[in-house]
Write a protein that binds this ligand. Structure first.
Ligand code: FAD
Length: 488
């Protein structure tokens, strides 16, 4: 029999569940990726993720040819509506089965269900496998048989269940002989950005090397720092985290490999144990999305995990739009928040500590609906993932499953003093503040006039004054959240 592997967010040719199953079960295996016009049409012409995907496909194509040991093998790349194109391609290639990996996003799951139906019509089967997560859906349940909604017991259950079986890699190379030659009509170079209507971004100027090779390089670099992760991960001015988020998003690294590396070192290394915990958070939010689908619908309009939080009255109208625009553009007057937003806008990355601070600031200092921030992050993060992003926003707004209590409100100035004490991060993204003494960088409106003068800084001209007063905003927020108090 012949099979077709449909690559989506799993752009690597090693340790790949769907590819492995296809190679094991079929004599002739074709590989395809579709630049899905249904997704691309909603994106701006410059999108770092599209460029990252395109470069990753070039590497995937090459890796598949090497694996097959034949230049005629490789990746078939199409630019069309995937929903129609996959059944069409499957018929054209004459395959009996299509293989793909699970995608937990509601929109993708609905698309897959439609593709399954269309394929079935033509007598073709769609086989899907778990690949993105170590445990998914209902694999881990509480003793009562319900889904977990609190992280700590979930993590305990995760660690109790995980073993070599769940972490072992899929040895695709053993069965590579089944990789098929591409028919001559489908043997084309990977489409350029221009071919699909996009323009280059600044991706190449960023430390975001694409593809499986990029993922490997970042991982090798991170492994030299892994043992210090617990001590460095909270400081945005320090190279602490792995920066592998975008590679996990597009599957240019294997989660099994990462979890295995962390798991074997976790008993000896606090850094590895802490990092493993972060990888478990990723699984946790995947299963929240699967088991509590009301948090995000197909169109991305989610409701609060705790439904009573939907009664909160957020700022509205022109004032909300003004506050939101200032937040998006990094001109709130709170340097740590503004520097974080500049990092996001310029690079597509934002440090985890700053995601928490910036998200909290939007909902609890500016009183703007967390869904607006969620959408902005979704549009700009290279590693955007619906489950983790929704989970992170609902955590920050306190509406989420295992969220921080609504009355815990980050003070942006204390967060800044604690996590960017020397102002190194702020200075990187707000160079106009770099000449202030570090102590004054966190709250320039409190700087002494001679400090401002020495730094050549005029507030209101070179850098905005704060758009809200934190203490006042805090009181308004507690008032705003009082609708949930009785139920919290
Ligand atoms: P590392 O610290 O090296 O962590 C390794 C990996 O663990 C990450 O790549 C990620 O896959 C996973 N991870 C770490 N923290 C979390 C977490 N809290 N929840 C789920 N997975 C986690 N993460 C995303 O992958 N996509 C998002 O769209 C996203 N949006 C977020 C929005 C908000 C408001 C918040 C507070 C957090 C968000 N996160 C998101 C989680 C976290 O900030 C990023 O995963 C992390 O900063 C990515 O950088 P890294 O790869 O260097 O992380």
């Amino acid at each position: 029999p012949a099979g077709l592997v449909w690559f989506r967010r799993d752009l690597r040719a090693n340790d790949h569940a769907a590819l492995y199953h296809a190679l094991r079960h079929c004599r002739q295996v074709h590989c395809a990726f579709v630049f899905d016009t249904a997704i691309l049409q909603g994106l701006p012409q410059q999108d770092r993720r599209v460029e990252f995907i395109r470069e990753s496909l070039v590497q995937l194509d090459e890796a598949l040819r090497q694996l097959a040991g034949r230049p005629g093998a490789g990746l078939i790349v199409r630019h069309a509506a995937a929903e129609a194109e996959i059944p069409r391609l499957a018929r054209e290639l004459g395959v009996q089965s299509v293989f793909a990996n699970h995608d937990y996003e509601p929109g993708a799951a609905a698309r897959d269900a439609r593709v399954r139906g269309a394929l079935a019509h033509a007598g073709i089967a769609l086989h899907t496998s778990k690949d993105q997560a170590i445990f998914e859906g209902e694999e881990l349940l509480t003793q009562a048989g319900t889904a977990y909604s609190v992280f700590t017991p979930y993590k305990r259950a995760w660690l109790a269940k995980v073993d070599a079986f769940y972490l072992k890699s899929y040895p695709v190379e053993r069965h590579a002989a089944a990789l098929a030659e591409r028919p001559a009509t489908l043997r084309k170079e990977v489409s350029t950005l221009e071919d699909i209507g996009f323009e280059p971004t600044n991706l190449w100027q960023l430390p975001v090397p694409p593809g499986a090779q990029g993922g490997r390089a970042l991982l090798d670099d991170f492994l030299t720092r892994l043992d210090r992760y617990h001590a460095t991960r909270d400081f945005p001015g320090v190279k602490g985290p792995s920066y592998l988020g975008v590679h996990l998003r597009f599957g240019t690294v294997s989660i099994r490999e990462l979890a295995r590396l962390a798991h074997v070192r976790a008993s000896k290394s606090e850094g590895a144990a802490t990092w493993l915990s972060e990888l478990i958070w990723r699984d946790f939010y995947f299963q929240i999305l699967s088991n509590f689908p009301h948090v995000a619908d197909e169109a991305g309009n989610g409701r609060s995990f705790r439904r009573e939080y939907d009664a909160i009255a957020w700022e509205k109208g022109a004032r909300a739009r003004q506050l939101f625009a200032a937040w998006c553009e990094g001109r709130t007057g709170y340097p740590i928040v503004d520097a974080a937003m500049h990092q996001l806008n310029q690079t597509g990355y934002m440090h985890n500590r700053l995601r928490m601070v910036a998200a909290s600031f939007l909902c609890k200092d500016l009183g703007v609906d967390w869904r607006w921030g969620e959408r902005y992050f979704a549009a700009h993060l290279n590693d955007y993932d619906l489950s983790a992003n929704n989970g992170g926003w609902q955590w920050a707004s306190s509406s989420g499953c295992d969220a921080q209590p609504y009355f815990r409100i980050f003070n942006p100035v204390s967060q800044s003093r604690k996590f960017d004490a020397d102002g190194k991060f702020i200075a990187r993204y707000l160079p106009q503040l770099a000449k202030l003494p570090a102590a004054a960088m966190h709250a320039p409106w409190e700087a002494r006039p001679e400090e401002l003068e020495a730094a050549g800084l005029a507030l209101g001209r070179d850098y905005p004054r704060p758009i809200v007063d934190h203490d006042e905003a805090r009181r308004t927020t507690l008032q705003r959240y009082s609708v949930v108090k009785s139920k919290a």
